[in-house]
Design a protein. Structure first.
Length: 304
């Protein structure tokens, strides 16, 4: 298996924080996404590598194994268990047992074979070498699914093309940008009868609306004229579920906020639960006043 330097793929060093990893991934994912680079095989391969790098480095446990074992990080548990067994046998009175030291940069094929022969068989008391039957989980696959904000208003099914096969998944309403879900058993084939790997899908949710999103809540500025702010009145605003009429109270100040309960986004995996929509009023002052209007404002200022 070809060694891929996940840090290099994301343009980072081993000292990178989780925030650095997320920021670098999102920047590169947008640059090399297949939708942006149609029919560009090199860009698609780069996109797959950065997805793989992100899936490993964004998971603290996987990252720890990768830093220690390199390309063989997925077999870390088996290596460590074998090493524990070797130490146990060495400490049991077999002082002449051969000890091996392995680097953390990953095992090559010959080391891999010798390692498991020494750990699980081979060199036994009968002098007969036994073949290891250790099972390993298959490789995990990673994919990015790009959605519009209006796509996550309801749960729906979508087909994903994995190249060799297609799968149909349910996308829950209200998924977050950057959120990753795991689909068990849809990764690579296991080794020596081991279980299949898993498929990790990261959602990239693009905001195609005029609202600002924070979790399940939405935010928007609404301009009102001076006369409506002073005297009050009715206005109509657009929400993601249709138009809503609002009553502006007389004397409304610039920056006043109102909450429309339940007019935000659906809450992730919470049936019939929605966030709120917050409207901030921005009072628009009149421009190019006529002489009559200026006179009226002058009279108002004298009344005050």
């Amino acid at each position: 298996m070809e060694y891929i330097d996940y840090y290099k793929e994301l343009g980072l060093t081993k000292e990178a924080s989780q925030a650095d990893i997320k920021k670098a991934y999102r920047k590169l994912a947008r640059k090399y996404h297949p939708d942006v680079n149609p029919n560009d095989q090199e860009a698609q391969q780069k996109f797959q590598r950065i997805n793989e790098a992100h899936a490993v480095l964004s998971d603290p446990e996987k990252r720890k194994k990768y830093d220690k074992y390199g390309k063989d990080w997925e077999h870390a548990d088996a290596y460590e268990e074998a090493q524990r067994q070797q130490r146990s046998r060495s400490g049991g009175g077999f002082g002449n047992a051969q000890q091996r030291t392995y680097t953390t940069g990953g095992f090559d094929d010959s080391q891999f074979s010798d390692f498991f022969e020494s750990m699980f068989g081979g060199g036994g008391f009968s002098g007969q070498r036994q073949r290891s039957h250790a099972q390993f989980k298959g490789q995990d696959y990673n994919a990015t699914l790009r959605l519009q904000l209006t796509d996550i208003l309801t749960s729906h099914k979508q087909t994903i093309d994995l190249g060799e096969r297609k799968i149909r998944i349910t996308i829950p309403a209200g998924v977050e940008d950057g959120q990753t879900i795991k689909i068990k058993g849809y990764g690579g084939e296991g080794v020596q009868g081991g279980p299949k790997g898993d498929l990790y899908i990261t959602f990239e949710v693009l905001n195609n609306t005029t609202f600002k999103r924070l979790g399940s809540n939405l935010y928007k500025e609404m301009k009102i004229d001076l006369y409506t702010a002073v005297l009050g009145g009715k206005i109509t605003i657009d929400t993601l579920s249709g138009k809503v009429k609002l009553t502006v109270k007389p004397g409304t100040q610039n920056g006043t906020k109102v909450k429309l309960k339940g007019k935000g986004l659906p809450k992730y995996k919470q049936n019939d639960a929605f966030g709120d929509l917050f409207i901030t009023y921005t009072v628009r002052l009149p421009e190019k006043l006529s002489s009559e209007e200026k006179e009226l404002f002058t009279q108002l200022s004298k009344l005050k």
